[in-house]
Ligand binder design. Structure first.
Ligand code: TMP
Length: 240
């Protein structure tokens, strides 16, 4: 597999074409961002940890029947994925109140949310990725009602599967963000990455954050928590 030209530079990943049609080359970088990219730092080893965690979680979801873009990991920071056209919508699922749900609604921190809350955000840096409700999204032709139904239902399934797997390793999945995209065959599937950059994870014993909140709140070295997540997932999957 040969790496081709740079297609896209993200906040924590660079995406390239390959010599194989329909397959992209994703390089995880060490960059960490907060405040929608306004604060940036390089954090040694973060790319490698995220790539390894995302690899395990995508493989697990694939085994459990969640169709997604993941193909394989070919080096510590490089993954191959199926090329999809990403819908400009971020799907956030919240099981407990944290982050913007607390600051926007004055919700009690860590309130158990029943039912789990689904939110759609319009991916547009210039607008700071605003929250949008279903009607706004449909009326502005950003996505169709059918697409929102698929994304909600897939996000629900992913939430159940990830919450269960994290529970087994003593971690609570507080919230997370997913992205979806269209394959060449016009199937809307799960894409992007599954890592502590895009989810909140709390250690059930210590109560420590094992995710990017450590960076957002300047609490120390984020990779300590990421390594704990990776070690526990690796142990769980090798024991199976
Ligand atoms: P929030 O509380 O900041 O809205 O974040 C909710 C979850 O979504 C949290 O796990 C972080 C994740 N997230 C992203 O991955 N990217 C984003 O741009 C945003 C706003 C949130």
């Amino acid at each position: 597999m040969e790496k081709g030209s740079l297609l896209y530079t993200g906040k924590a990943k660079n995406v390239y074409t390959t010599d194989q049609a329909g397959i992209l080359w994703v390089e995880y970088t060490n960059q960490a961002t907060a405040l929608n990219g306004k604060r940036k730092e390089q954090i040694t080893n973060k790319g490698q940890l995220n790539s390894a965690i995302s690899d395990l979680l995508f493989k697990y979801l694939t085994q459990q029947g969640i169709v997604n873009h993941y193909v394989e990991q070919i080096s510590p920071v490089v993954q191959l994925v199926k090329q999809v056209t990403i819908l400009p919508i971020e799907v956030v699922v919240r099981n407990y109140a944290a982050g913007h749900f607390v600051t926007k609604y004055n919700a009690p921190e860590m309130k158990h949310l029943v039912p789990s809350v689904h939110e759609f955000y319009f991916k547009d840096d210039a607008l700071d990725d605003p929250f949008m409700n279903d009607e706004q999204i449909i009326a502005l032709d950003i996505a169709t009602e059918a697409e929102l139904v698929i994304m909600r239902s897939e996000a629900n399934r992913v939430n159940k599967l990830l919450s269960d797997i994290f529970k087994k390793i003593g971690i609570t999945l507080i919230d997370f963000k997913l992205e979806f995209g269209y394959t060449a065959e016009q199937q809307l599937i799960l894409a992007d990455e599954l890592s502590p950059d895009n989810m909140r994870l709390i250690d059930d014993v210590t109560g420590d954050s094992l995710d990017k909140d450590v960076f957002r709140k300047n609490l120390g070295d984020v990779t300590v928590g990421y390594q704990i997540v990776l070690d526990r997932l690796q142990k769980l999957f090798t024991e199976k």
